[in-house]
Ligand binder design. Structure first.
Ligand SMILES: *Cc1c(COP(=O)(O)O)cnc(C)c1O
Length: 462
């Protein structure tokens, strides 16, 4: 196994690296997150706050309460009764190209790239947080009873309810996809919505939001600066809610709730998860909230024989450097990728984040298997190969997890992980689950560019 210093050398050179988490264990416990939620530099002791399975179930119940309303607001959700869900499907035609030989297990995709409403994994966390805020505003104004009961949430589509929502606003800082999710659901409910975007955000995402009446505020700096400025603006307005991607429990729990659908789909497809049937899950990672929420939910519901790994661009391994060198409390070090001489420059805009969420890394100390990094050229090749082999159209960020099987099965770090957790004898019965996280709304011309770059790179490699 390479020492951390070798990992750091690879990181600084922008080369693919695989960091194994030395503090993974097999416990399923409540997680104390108070200090990870405290503002940076806070010197008063953070309020105790722990999260457990009950919180994830509460998030799932919230989605279910709102489902009839969502089915009313979004025509594309009418057929599925308002459920925000994606398919779990086998990827037989690309298995060998991912480095999984016969006897290495089966490969599946969890197709969040096609999630309705937001077109990315952000549909889970983003919708959940805005729904939770809407519920709070509705209760405060007598539109809903204080205890969630048998109330028809379709009432929140009434003119009276929308007038109440219209006096409130929802703001978020985003590289793009979170903004799309928050902006679309907030404006559909009748809130005023503003999205603070970094300069590198894709033009089509800004346009799509403006078309829906969402205010797009452009910031010259990077993503972290857009978040900081958005947070500061919203703090001055008591009727504004800021969705804080760096430390939001509501986002986290919305992502975590994905595990209930996953558990049902695994059962439907006869996929067991136990010591003889390990599950490997590969999750593209930006600030860390989405993959950490999902990995936390997976640990709670599927147990320790599910092994989760994060995928980050070689230019933006913010959660990797944080879990390696950062602290989870408000006072300790909070490294950025710039500290390692990296530029945070990647076509994977959903993952282009310079500094991790402390909440995500705190939640992952006992849970995560490890983190690997992926070059942009590899992401582009995967975009092309996934379309050619399986007919799936994903954006570059969403392809990052496809590097997982080869990292786990084909590197010294991966093999030592398999040895340490006694997985080597069970690979034939294992399942590799690649979480594809975005792409549905990428305009065809933009997608075609990624695809053509990937095709040319794949031809050079062949
Ligand atoms: C946001 C995003 C992720 C990762 O989510 P984080 O919470 O930022 O870690 C992965 N893929 C896509 C396409 C995304 O938009």
């Amino acid at each position: 196994m390479s020492t951390p210093s070798e990992t750091i050398t690879l990181l600084k050179e922008s080369l693919p690296a695989f960091w194994i988490n030395p503090t993974r264990n097999t416990s399923v416990v409540a997680l104390e997150v108070g200090s990870a939620l405290a503002p940076a530099g806070a010197d008063t002791p953070p309020a105790a706050r722990s999260i457990s399975l009950a919180d994830i179930e509460a998030a799932q119940s919230r989605f279910e309460r709102f489902a009839p309303l969502l089915a009313r607001l979004f025509p594309e959700l009418a057929a599925c009764g308002g459920a925000i869900e994606s398919a779990l499907s086998p990827l037989p035609a690309i298995t060998a190209a991912l480095g999984v030989a016969d006897g290495g297990g089966r490969v599946f995709a969890k197709q969040d790239h096609a999630l309705p409403v937001a077109g990315s994994i952000k549909a889970r966390g983003g919708l959940h947080e805005v729904l939770e805020y809407a519920e709070r505003v509705a209760v405060a104004h007598g539109l809903l009873p204080a205890t969630a009961g048998e109330v028809d949430y379709v009432a929140l589509a009434s003119e009276g309810a929308r007038a109440v929502f219209a006096r409130h606003s929802v703001a978020v800082g985003s590289t793009g996809n979170l903004g799309l999710s928050i902006g679309v659901i907030a404006s559909a409910l009748g809130f005023r919505a503003s999205v603070h975007m970094s300069a590198d955000a894709k033009e089509w995402k800004k346009q799509r939001l403006r078309q829906r009446g969402v205010e797009v505020v452009e910031h010259a700096g990077d993503y972290a600066q857009a978040v900081a400025q958005g947070r500061a603006q919203a703090a001055t307005d008591p009727l504004a809610h800021f969705v804080d991607d760096e430390r939001s429990l509501s986002l986290f729990l919305g992502y975590a709730a994905a595990v209930f659908g996953l558990r049902r789909q695994l059962a439907e497809q006869g996929i067991a998860v136990d010591a003889e049937h390990p599950l490997f899950v590969y999750l593209p990672c930006g600030v860390g909230g989405a993959p950490a929420g999902i990995a936390f939910g997976i640990r709670q519901i599927l147990g320790p024989h599910a092994h989760c790994f994060f995928a980050e661009p070689v230019q933006s391994p913010c959660v990797l450097v944080h879990m390696m060198d950062g602290a989870d409390g408000p006072q300790g070090p909070h490294p950025t990728v710039y500290d390692y001489g990296l530029q945070n420059r990647t076509e994977a805009d959903g993952l282009a984040v310079p500094q991790a969420s402390r909440l995500a890394s705190a939640a992952m100390r006992a849970v995560l298997g490890g983190i690997f990094t992926v070059e942009d050229a590899q992401l582009m090749r995967f975009v092309y190969q996934l379309e050619q082999a399986e007919g799936l159209r994903v954006e570059p960020s969403a392809a990052a997890g496809l590097a997982g099987p080869a990292m786990l099965l084909g590197t010294a770090e991966g093999r030592s992980y398999l040895r340490d957790w006694q997985l080597e004898d069970h690979l034939a019965q294992s399942t590799h689950l690649v979480w594809t996280t975005g792409g549905l709304f990428v305009p065809p011309a933009q997608y075609q560019q990624f695809w053509a770059i990937g095709r040319d790179l794949a031809a050079q490699q062949a």
